[in-house]
Design a protein around this ligand. Structure first.
Ligand SMILES: C[S@@+](CC[C@H](N)C(=O)[O-])C[C@H]1O[C@@H](n2cnc3c(N)ncnc32)[C@H](O)[C@@H]1O
Length: 270
């Protein structure tokens, strides 16, 4: 079966910006077609002319997502081999990372973790870098594809491969996954409303938000996560934001711009 044509583009709620796959690498058309088939999106060779469309671009190096138009921000992609996430992973054991403290992943402790809101996998990589086995759950198929692409590149890298080996990716709604699984620590980091951030972060958020939207259902995730956590749930919030509705956190750890709210888990230890 061929991939859908540009005219047949689904007006699916998953892709409000009429997303398209752009195959920008010679020799990767087969992969682009397979991805298009899986995501139900059309494939082109050139990005669409009009501004404000979402393009999932398969380059010679990676899969990335970008908005079209001359004033569009740069491409967004997951990356565990170069850049800030890889560096944080390398320094994780020595750095005082609020996430690791909140997750109980310090001083040789390596809880088994489910990250229910995987996104670009940055938090999960930090946890995996200190030795935790991490299950990444991501419901948006395009974000899941970005993660799968980054994990594949990590598996091919000598330094990153041992960390990537501790990560499992599941493309699914986390509430459904947690109905059948428990973990020591469960991470919840839903999208939050726009706020003041550095220009670079704002631009990246603009692209990511155009892709995944607002996660308006995150209140339902917290009680499910608490029921499935053997030790604790960590909810990542902007510093100064109110806690998610539901039970009050039993503790919090403040970072520079982020707060980690901690809830005691309700699942039996095995
Ligand atoms: C703010 S981002 C997470 C960023 C991530 N912590 C990181 O380090 O890159 C939120 C992500 O969680 C996903 N998400 C939100 N609610 C979800 C749910 N109930 N099940 C699965 N994925 C979910 C969204 O699609 C989005 O990609």
């Amino acid at each position: 079966m061929g991939s859908p044509s540009e005219e047949q583009a689904p007006t699916d709620a998953l892709y409000p910006q009429q997303a398209v796959i752009v195959c920008a690498a010679d020799g990767r058309r087969g992969e682009a077609d397979a991805l298009a088939q899986r995501l139900g999106l059309p494939v082109t060779v050139e990005p669409p002319q009009e501004a404000g469309r979402l393009a999932l671009v398969l380059t010679a190096e990676r899969l990335q997502v970008q908005l079209t138009g001359a004033a569009a921000p740069g491409a967004v992609y997951a990356d565990f081999v170069t850049g800030a996430t890889a560096r944080r992973g390398r320094e994780a054991a020595r750095a005082d990372e609020g996430l690791l403290r909140a997750a109980g992943a310090r001083q040789g402790q390596t809880p088994e973790v489910i990250d229910t809101t995987a996104g670009l996998g940055r938090d999960a990589w930090l946890l995996a870098a200190v030795g935790c086995r991490v299950t990444l759950v991501e419901r948006h198929p395009a974000v899941s594809a970005l993660l799968a692409d980054a994990l594949e590149r990590a598996r091919a890298d000598e330094e990153a491969a041992p960390i990537a080996a501790g990560i499992e990716l599941i493309e699914a709604e986390a509430i459904a996954v947690l109905a059948g699984r428990a973990a020591d620590t469960i991470i919840v980091d839903p999208m939050h409303p726009p706020r003041r951030k550095s220009a670079a972060v704002r631009k990246e958020m603009q692209v990511f938000r155009a892709l995944v939207g607002a996660d308006g259902d995150s209140d339902a995730l917290l009680p499910t996560a608490i029921a499935a956590a053997r030790r604790r749930v960590v909810v990542k919030r902007p510093r100064g934001a109110v806690a998610l509705p539901g039970p009050a956190p039993s503790g919090s750890i403040d970072g520079r711009s982020t707060r980690f709210d901690i809830y005691a888990g309700g699942a039996e230890s095995t």
